[in-house]
Design a protein around this ligand. Structure first.
Ligand SMILES: Nc1ncnc2c1ncn2[C@@H]1O[C@H](COP(=O)(O)OP(=O)(O)OP(=O)(O)O)[C@@H](O)[C@H]1O
Length: 242
């Protein structure tokens, strides 16, 4: 089966800082891929490259087999890539519903009626339906994280990119969010989730990749990858030679 997303030898540097170093991988349809790596490893930069807010220096990005490397962020969004941001920045004076409507109307070719209906479905799915008419600025952190998720889903993505969506939440809030993400997974959506809260990540993903200095250093079964030497080295300072 054709991958829904593929990165082939993608590289990007800001001066001396390499944020993507010959990065290659595929994301299968319906697959949930986890991404870990130390602070500053280039994980968010990878999302910027996939969504098109940053252009790669080299390499190719395919969406459903189509080369989108030079496509604008707006075009990639309409082609099926949507993301959440690490620091939620909703339109705080607009209501929760209006925030989702912006995504549903600008991120898709929906008619207004279809966009309205879809927003309500997504607000139900993400647990925000009771807050639909509240200003987004009144939401708690969990609420703002849910709104990030809702706004991304309102763009009707085929690939959903989640950037540290569990960061800063309490354990209970984190569990609640994992339940929501697992429900979304069951719709068949392909997901890439960057997360430092590893137990949350491992309760969702099928596969895990590890990034360090912009380079993919491990890729495989989540538990095996966590136990790998590469992860031991970067997180615990265990030397490769023992
Ligand atoms: N536009 C930019 N110009 C210069 N340097 C940048 C730019 N964007 C990111 N960087 C640098 O690139 C490196 C990787 O940043 P990035 O945000 O991708 O890391 P990350 O793995 O997501 O980190 P974290 O886990 O802390 O969120 C950092 O050193 C960052 O300061």
């Amino acid at each position: 089966m054709k991958p829904v997303l593929e990165l082939q030898s993608v590289s990007k540097a800001y001066g001396a800082i390499t944020v993507a170093d010959d990065l290659s991988y595929q994301l299968g349809s319906g697959e949930a891929l986890g991404v870990i790596g130390p602070n500053g490893a280039g994980k968010t930069s990878m999302f910027n490259l996939i969504t098109g807010t940053v252009r790669s220096d080299r390499g190719t990005i395919y969406l459903n087999g189509q080369d989108v490397t030079r496509h604008s962020a707006a075009k990639r969004c309409r082609a099926g890539v949507a993301r959440s941001f690490q620091i939620p920045q909703p339109f705080s004076r607009m209501t929760v519903f209006e925030n989702t409507l912006v995504a549903a109307t600008h991120g898709t070719q929906n008619t207004l009626a279809a966009a309205n209906a879809h927003c309500l479905e997504v607000l139900e799915l993400t647990g925000l339906i009771d807050r639909a008419n509240d200003p987004a600025g009144k939401l708690t952190l969990l609420g703002r994280k849910r709104l990030e998720l809702a706004r991304a889903l309102c763009a009707r993505p085929q690939v959903l990119l989640l950037d540290e969506i569990a960061g800063g939440l309490t354990e209970k809030e984190c569990q609640d969010l994992v339940t929501t993400i697992n429900t979304i997974r069951q719709t068949g959506l392909s997901i890439i989730w960057i997360e430092h809260i590893v137990h949350a990540l491992l309760s969702v993903v099928d596969r895990l990749i590890v990034i360090d200095f912009g380079r993919k250093i491990a890729d495989g079964d989540p538990k095996e990858t966590m136990a790998s030497q590469a992860v031991q080295e970067i997180y615990m300072g265990v030397d490769a030679d023992g």
